[in-house]
Write a protein that binds this ligand. Structure first.
Ligand code: NAD
Length: 243
């Protein structure tokens, strides 16, 4: 599905991002995995064990650092066709305990880094005659959550960037979409006691949490030519939790 395509995946070292990297590689893409530290990037590259993968660890909240990383990727793989803005952190604190610095940090990674990635990749995609940008949103971008308001606020902003840039960039054949996962079995969920996961699952219409591979398949579809006329979509992958 992605033969001859080059993809960049931020937060590709574990969880949903790692599953996306695996799915893209399996479908013929060359993949650049971006993480926060050299050690985690090296570990991910070792696990992916492919000649078609490279890894970098730029500061995603700093535009110059992102631009430099994307230039390196273009030098190695020749172009960038697909950008997955997936790196993200969450929050749980109620407003009175919420450190303003933590609010700034979540905006820096979950929002500013998405803007930086889009800004850096657009000239390269225009040069190629098009491309696909896919952002990781969340089911809470439709509902908010009872505590940790910075997280849903950041994902509402991701949806705003997605829909706006889809409109702005359509004329260049650059598609911009988002995937909004529900509760997904990444490290954080896997570390919870099984009975707690069962309680969460009981509240999901499909009766279970999602697997990272199931979320990755939505990215694969949106990245591929099968989605050639889909832009500005926020695709829920949540077992019907929201809507
Ligand atoms: P995870 O914690 O397993 O992985 C997060 C990834 O982001 C890692 O690769 C990590 O290296 C990277 N990252 C974290 N801080 C970074 C930084 N400062 N700079 C660069 N990279 C950084 O999380 P996950 O569950 O796989 O989440 C991936 C995305 O999916 C996030 O945007 C998250 O908000 C979203 N999401 C997750 C769930 C879920 O239930 N797991 C649900 C909805 C949305």
């Amino acid at each position: 599905m992605l033969k001859n395509k080059v993809a960049v995946i931020t937060g590709g070292t574990r969880g949903i991002g790692f599953a996306i990297a695996e799915a893209f590689l399996k479908n013929g893409a060359k993949v650049a995995v971006l993480g926060s530290r050299k050690e985690t990037v090296d570990k991910a590259l070792e696990k992916l064990s492919s000649d078609d993968v490279m890894g970098l660890y730029p500061d995603l909240s700093d535009y110059a650092s992102v631009e430099k990383a994307f230039t390196e990727i273009k030098e190695k793989f020749g172009k960038i066709d697909i950008l997955v803005n997936n790196a993200g952190i969450s929050a749980r604190e109620p407003i009175e305990a919420y450190d303003p610095e933590a609010f700034k940090n979540i905006m820096d990674l979950n929002v500013t880094a998405v803007f930086n990635g889009c800004k850096a990749v657009v000239p390269m995609m225009k040069e190629n005659g098009g491309g696909s940008i896919i952002n990781t949103s969340s089911m809470v971008s439709k509902t908010g959550q009872v505590s940790g308001c910075g997280y849903p606020a950041s994902k509402y902003a991701v949806n705003g960037l997605t829909v706006s840039l889809a409109r702005e960039l359509g004329k260049y054949n650059i598609r911009v979409n988002a995937v909004a996962p529900g509760v997904t079995r990444t490290d954080m969920v896997a570390a919870l006691p099984e009975e707690m996961v069962a309680r969460v699952a009981a509240g999901i219409p499909m009766g279970r949490v999602g697997e990272p591979e199931e979320v990755a398949n939505a990215f694969l579809f949106l990245a591929s030519d099968l989605a050639s006329y889909i832009s500005g979509a926020i695709l829920a992958v949540d077992g019907a939790t929201v809507n």
